[in-house]
Design a protein around this ligand. Structure first.
Ligand code: NAD
Ligand code: TDX
Length: 339
């Protein structure tokens, strides 16, 4: 099996590359990534010399480059992780989100149609369902929940999902879609809540909690997400959407307090700052379908996963210190300077 994994130099994509090379040693993995600010080639260093791995630096919106790669590789499958993924950046500047997340998806699927594949898998998000109220803990997102987006990011992901389903219906492209809740784990870019709080706490810097910190996210250890996608591309039904999540809802403030406790840092570092515009209140996935059809269940409990994650950040300071010492400084100043 020859699989093109787009966005494999980012957080979840790199974890997926590592997982697949180990789990399916006979498969070839071709990582297609244009290395935006969120892509990091050093992350893939351990597999660069692997005989079944190839890295290609190209943009998924570059039709010529994508078709060239398909001609060279004749892939059996495509798993599309490549995206602009940060909600706050999408609020500042939506355009690149539309280009990469929508147009890029279309280009990849056009290549799949032209050259033929057995599966195109779209890595989507629970954010396409919008949010749930805090006072209705009985409500969860199922695959039938209507699309109802809040941010330019989630709107771009939802648009891509609609396009994927349209390519299935119109052209018979063999597609699947997964919609996962918030991931955490190694190689998570420090602009996101958990790694940002770990990095700031380790540097004794303020921990900027949006609003009152009462928003709820449903956290899943990244390897559990990778396992779910592996199952879906091999055993999932074509044309179907699968929700992925492990019933692990937590408020942001509780997450930040856990990080302080694990690192032995004072909660006085916590600083409440202006809320995110259009901030979704609560995400909560109902994973019944993937459990019943494919037998998937999350394996890492949050209490263990967060310890492993913090340990990873302690042991890989070089990785994130290099990131936060560069262009990230300007980003941080712009987003948090006067917040
Ligand atoms: P990330 O921002 O860490 O990584 C994105 C990767 O895509 C980077 O390596 C970047 O260089 C690459 N990329 C961006 N634009 C590209 C382009 N035009 N061409 C080629 N490569 C490009 O993102 P992530 O958190 O790993 O998310 C991966 C996917 O999973 C995204 O589609 C995201 O919407 C989805 N998702 C993420 C989460 C989460 O909690 N992080 C949850 C659910 C779904
Ligand atoms: O500094 C911060 N302070 C804060 O309070 C940051 C960066 C975030 N937050 C809050 C906002 C959210 O309620 O923490 C929560 C999590 O924020 P993010 O890490 O930005 O994630 P989220 O907006 O929930 O989106 C993530 O999950 C779904 C990913 O970034 C998306 O790519 C994925 O689709």
């Amino acid at each position: 099996m020859n699989i093109i994994v787009t966005g494999g130099a980012g957080f979840i994509g790199s974890n997926f590359v590592f997982y697949m090379l180990k789990k399916h040693p006979d498969d070839r993995i071709v990582c297609l990534d244009c290395l935006t600010y969120a892509g990091n080639l050093s992350t893939l260093e351990p597999v660069m010399g692997h005989p079944n791995f190839r890295f290609v630096k190209d943009d998924i919106t570059d039709r010529e480059a994508v078709y060239r790669l398909f001609e060279e590789e004749k892939p059996d499958m495509v798993v599309n992780f490549a995206a602009e993924s940060h909600v706050d950046r999408s609020i500042e500047d939506p355009e690149v989100f539309l280009r990469t997340n929508i147009l890029g998806t279309a280009v990849l699927m056009d290549a799949c149609r032209k050259y033929g594949i057995t599966r195109y898998h779209q890595v989507s998000t629970d954010e396409v369902y919008g949010d749930l109220p805090l006072d209705r803990p009985d409500l969860f997102f199922t695959e039938e929940t209507p699309i109802h987006t809040s941010s330019p990011y989630s709107s771009s992901k939802a648009s891509a999902d609609l396009l994927v389903l349209a390519y299935y219906r119109t052209y018979g492209l063999p597609v699947t879609i997964s919609r996962c809740s918030n991931n955490y784990g190694p190689y998570h870019f420090p602009e996101k809540l958990i790694p940002l709080m770990i990095a700031n706490a380790l540097n004794d810097k303020p921990l900027p909690v949006y609003g009152k910190g009462e928003n709820v996210r449903d956290w899943l250890y990244v390897e559990d997400h990778c396992k779910a996608i592996d199952l879906i591309i091999h055993e999932g039904r074509v044309g179907e959407v699968y929700n992925i999540g492990g019933h692990n809802e937590m408020t942001n403030i509780d997450i930040v307090k856990i990080i302080c406790k694990e690192l032995g840092k004072p909660e006085s570092l916590i600083t409440y700052v202006a809320d995110r515009k259009g901030h979704d209140m609560r995400y909560a996935i109902d994973p019944t379908k993937i459990h019943n059809e494919l037998g998937w269940l999350p394996e890492t409990k949050f209490a263990d996963g967060i310890k492993k994650t913090i340990q990873w950040y302690l042991e890989h300071k070089d990785w994130w210190e290099t990131i936060i010492s560069g262009e990230y400084q300007n980003y941080y100043e712009k987003m948090y300077g006067n917040r």
